[in-house]
Design a protein around this ligand. Structure first.
Ligand code: ADP
Ligand code: ASP
Ligand code: MG
Length: 435
């Protein structure tokens, strides 16, 4: 069971989540930081980078006050309150010491950002203990490790976690932090923003769980982005591949990395709503084809790059040379379309854009379109199913479309549109596809 930031955002919510945990016989629980905390911690690192110690101190003071309030509301006994204050004070103390440093390096930054999950789990452990539960807090920093490649080291995670669990055999509830880990050098690291979902899925795979539950603030994966479209509805079942496409192309409810460990180990992932626990939510598994379009998502901040070359294109090795340029700048490509005279690709990371464009110019004329959005339509889009691509294109007939990609998998059609057309495109697709 993984609970996101909003699910543990207040003392009231923590109690509510504890109720859900206690209703199970035995569970493994992953917690995010209380909502707002990771952003506040990132804010503190920003202040310190800018040399604004007063700003950082004020932000630390506010965090400290917030947690003091939560402790008083959450815990009933003096003993637990004292223990909680001591634990929170240690984390606040680390933040204050960081404030006193002359410069902040990347390890310091990751130490700061890790405080959120360390604090939320400390509070949950004490609350569950106060409720008479046998809870074992297994520190993620003791088992969630990355290998030299920067990816989670699945085998070491499994071994360390198994021995930690064996050491707490009598526990009814295992509790740990999402998001945080150690890198191959043993430094505190993390799985990127939103990465608690990944923690849950890695743990589910490591312990061969029956199911991985992602508890959040909405009743499952909706058929369009509820932040931009009204009247969206939850999708009851998704194939692993469909969920992966949606997560990668912008459905924030699920971190894109979360799907793979579940898929590889064939463990269903269930998306559930903490505020409405009896709602069925969405289950993600190896569902058979349904012959329907399931959902739409959008990924922002996309840059399209076109390389046009009259002579060289589609000669042997042209695409290889183009791709090698992106590889040498460690920039992944999202979408690709080709024609006789050119190739267009999209990237979501402009860090090396100037260098990439300079290198590509050796092979042809280069044009760049910024501020674009990938709209991703997901479902049973196996090519022999007729009519779906026509429906999608028809829905967007009044919107200028820069690229269309179809046939790369059995599960999606991607279209590239301008940022200013995103809202209308998402709404048009909902109106045409999900009436
Ligand atoms: P948590 O803090 O629990 O990890 P997130 O904020 O990361 O929660 O994810 C939940 C949010 O994802 C929802 O509140 C919703 O606004 C957003 N979201 C975006 N696209 C979708 C979608 N297709 N279905 C459901 N929620 C979505
Ligand atoms: N607390 C982290 C974040 O806000 C990780 C997570 O919530 O998944 O990004
Ligand atoms: Mg999330």
């Amino acid at each position: 069971m993984k609970f996101g930031g909003t699910s543990v955002g207040t003392a009231e919510r923590i109690k509510n989540v504890a109720g859900l945990i206690m209703s199970r016989q035995k569970s493994f629980v992953v917690l995010s930081a209380m909502s707002g905390t990771t952003n506040a911690l990132v804010g503190i690192t920003d202040y310190l980078h800018q040399g604004n110690r007063a700003g950082a101190s004020e932000a630390i003071h506010q965090l400290s006050q917030k947690y003091e309030g939560v402790i008083n509301e959450l815990l009933a006994t003096d003993k637990c309150r004292q223990q909680a204050s001591q634990s929170i004070d240690e984390h606040i103390g680390l933040l204050r010491r960081m404030c006193g440093k002359a410069t902040l390096d990347s390890v310091d930054e990751r130490e700061i950002v890790a405080r959120g999950e360390l604090m939320s789990t400390a509070l949950m452990q004490l609350y569950l203990t106060e409720q008479g539960q046998r809870v074992a807090l297994l520190p993620a920093l003791d088992f969630m490790v990355k290998s030299g490649s920067g990816e989670p080291d699945v085998e070491r995670i499994r071994k360390r976690l198994t021995s930690l669990m064996n050491a707490h055999e009598g526990a009814e509830i295992y509790l740990t932090q999402g998001f945080i880990c150690r890198n191959a050098d043993g430094e505190v690291d993390n799985l990127e923003r939103g990465g608690s979902d990944y923690t849950a899925s890695l743990i589910g795979a490591a312990i061969n769980a029956e199911e991985i539950e992602i508890w959040t603030d909405i009743d499952g994966m909706h058929n369009n982005d509820p932040r931009y479209v009204e009247g969206t509805r939850p999708v009851s079942q998704l194939h692993f591949e469909e969920a992966a496409e949606l997560a990668y192309f912008g459905a924030k409810i699920l971190h894109p990395t979360c799907v793979l460990p579940a898929k590889v180990n064939n463990i269903p992932v269930r998306l559930l709503n903490t505020m409405e626990p009896s709602a069925p939510g969405t289950v993600i598994f190896n569902t058979p084809p349904t012959g329907t379009i399931k959902a739409v998502a959008a990924k922002d901040n996309i840059t399209a790059i076109k390389i046009k070359s009259g002579r060289m294109l589609l000669a042997y090795g042209f695409l290889r040379k183009v791709f090698e340029i992106f590889e040498s700048h460690r920039t992944p490509i999202d979408m690709i379309v080709t024609s006789e005279v050119g190739v267009s690709v999209t990237i979501d990371n402009e860090r090396c854009l100037d260098a990439i464009v300079a290198d590509l110019k050796k092979y042809g004329t280069v044009t760049v379109d910024r501020d674009m959005v990938i709209i991703c339509v997901v479902g049973d889009l196996e090519w022999s199913n007729r009519g779906f691509e026509a429906e999608v294109v028809n829905a967007l007939r009044d919107i200028p479309v820069r690229m269309i990609s179809y046939g790369g998998s059995n599960y999606n059609i991607s279209l590239l549109v301008r940022k200013q057309d995103k809202l209308e495109a998402l709404n048009l697709l909902s109106r045409h596809l999900f009436v």
